[in-house]
Design a protein around this ligand. Structure first.
Ligand code: GLN
Length: 194
């Protein structure tokens, strides 16, 4: 069975756990470096990216995640997770995993519309739109040519993939539609097939 880790330092990790269990995975809540052993994929949840980053930096868990990422471990960052995966964070020197060739802007949808829901077209997932929940969400201002854009909203990149790395600005764990998680599980199958 697939063993998927959910980083459980802070933020919306329980909701990810539920979706993954509904999809038949064994779920490991990752709190210490040793919890990373034996997982086939990792989700970095939404929350507060500065807080999660500080905690990742304490006992070297961030370094271990980076090492596993370069060995092709599939990693999916949602919201704060997207921020932590990005190499460049506009106007911030906060800790990051520094893995995706993306430029991210935090809290990028402004105060008035800090949180909202919308239908997003994601051709890689299917013809029907997905319902996307944004909560003080970031977006990707720029991506390198090796990053695939899976969805944008209002011209802003909100879902992208770079090889074994996947990042969404929205929270797929907060809606009943499981297709985004299924997409990540398919990535895991792809990477563990060879
Ligand atoms: N605004 C948060 C941050 O910058 C992210 C919000 C979220 O994960 N829902 O870390």
């Amino acid at each position: 069975n697939k063993r998927v880790g959910v980083l459980a330092l802070q933020g919306a990790f329980r909701e990810h756990r539920q979706v993954l269990e509904q999809l038949g995975c064994d779920v490991v809540e990752v709190r210490k470096t040793c919890d990373l052993e034996g997982i086939h994929g990792l989700i970095i949840p939404g929350g507060e990216s500065t807080t999660i980053g500080k905690l990742l930096n304490i006992d070297g868990m961030g370094d271990e995640i980076k090492k596993l990422a370069t060995k092709d471990l599939p990693i999916f960052g949602t919201c704060a997770g997207m921020i932590l995966l990005s190499k460049t964070i506009i106007d911030s020197d906060q800790y990051r995993l520094n893995l995706m060739d993306t430029v991210v802007e935090r809290n990028a949808f402004g105060r008035q519309v800090a949180s909202f829901e919308t239908d997003l077209m994601v051709p890689a997932i299917g013809p029907n739109p997905i319902r996307a929940v944004f909560i003080r969400a970031p977006y990707l201002r720029e991506v390198a040519p090796n990053v695939g854009i899976l969805a944008d909203y209002d011209g802003k990149i909100v879902f992208a993939r770079q090889g074994n790395l996947l990042a969404s600005a929205f929270h797929p764990e907060l809606t009943p539609d499981q297709r985004v998680h299924q997409y990540f599980l398919d990535m895991i199958d792809e990477y563990w097939a060879h």
